[in-house]
Design a protein around this ligand. Structure first.
Ligand SMILES: O=C(O)CCC(=O)C(=O)O
Length: 280
């Protein structure tokens, strides 16, 4: 544990990166971790993923629905695995998130390992924040491959310019969200950007509202990616009843899961939402 590399200093990013993110809702930032820094964390994340995977019953891939074929989704490792917590709560990553969001302090919403299996299916178009009961536009996800990945293994597609598009309706990840949102991209003329092949330790960041998905994994290699979601400190849980009618099942489930000690309208500062002050 103590031999894990220290990722606790903030990392500067350029104003061009922040401007690109603000304009498009996503951005790629290279070389956030070196290969030697990432390797021990990859091992820790893989161990945690195997441990969690052993506790769930997975259908053979051909018997799963589209969402199930897209990836193995292993959520919130940090509270259970100390070495993964060193990665997820690191100030290096949080400092980039805070800069992109234009705030000093962020809270971790949750992490998730997203492993697209060999020949795994596409990730349908969706909006992450559809699931989050957070009353802010200041949410961001880091998607970092833990191994070098090619576009053919399923790096993310983003609809540029959708970072502040807001709640588009109750569209959980499904064949339906794939159809509705890809049609919407065409109708509204959003250009689709894939940042291409990535090295382990590069990452893309996307806003909670940014429409995104991923092609299938057309290789025989597991696409290992780790994600961390942050939101601006002092964010509140959406009011209930909410005048914009944003509550849906996804948000109710998330409230119970990630903010079990908070109610609608309260500050989203529960025990599973640790505060990170990356610049202090
Ligand atoms: O890894 C994928 O294929 C999808 C990633 C995603 O939806 C996310 O990180 O929000």
């Amino acid at each position: 544990m103590t031999s894990l590399p220290n990722l606790n200093s903030p990392t500067p990013i350029s104003t061009d990166d922040v401007d690109y993110y603000n304009e498009n809702g996503h951005v790629r930032i290279n070389n956030i971790c070196t290969a030697s820094e990432l390797t021990p964390y990859r091992q820790a994340i893989n161990t945690a993923v195997s441990d969690r995977k052993a506790k769930i019953q997975l259908l053979p891939i051909e018997e799963r629905d589209t969402y199930g074929k897209a990836f193995l989704q292993i959520m919130n490792l940090w509270p259970d695995y100390e070495s993964v917590a060193r990665f997820v709560l690191a100030k290096r990553f949080a400092s980039i998130a805070a800069k992109l969001l234009g705030v000093d302090k962020v809270r971790v919403y949750h992490d998730q390992a997203l492993y697209k299996e060999p020949y795994g299916g596409l990730t349908p178009w969706h909006q992450d924040q559809h699931y989050w009961p957070l009353d802010t536009n200041k949410c961001v996800t880091m998607w970092m491959p833990l191994i070098d990945v090619t576009k053919q293994m399923g790096t993310l597609n983003f609809a540029s310019g959708t970072g502040n598009v807001g709640y588009l309706g109750d569209m959980p990840i499904s064949d339906e969200s794939e159809k509705l949102l890809s049609d919407m991209c065409k109708e509204r003329g959003f250009s689709i950007v894939n940042h291409g092949d990535m090295n382990a330790g590069d990452a893309t960041f996307h806003s909670g509202w940014c429409l995104h998905g991923a092609p299938q994994n057309s290789s025989n290699i597991m696409r290992e990616a780790m994600t961390i979601i942050w939101f601006a400190d002092e964010t509140r849980v959406i009011e209930d009843p909410d005048p914009q009618n944003r509550w849906n099942k996804g948000k109710r489930d998330d409230l119970q899961r990630w903010l079990p000690d908070r109610k609608p309208g309260e500050l989203a500062d529960g025990k599973l939402s640790p505060l990170i002050s990356p610049f202090e």
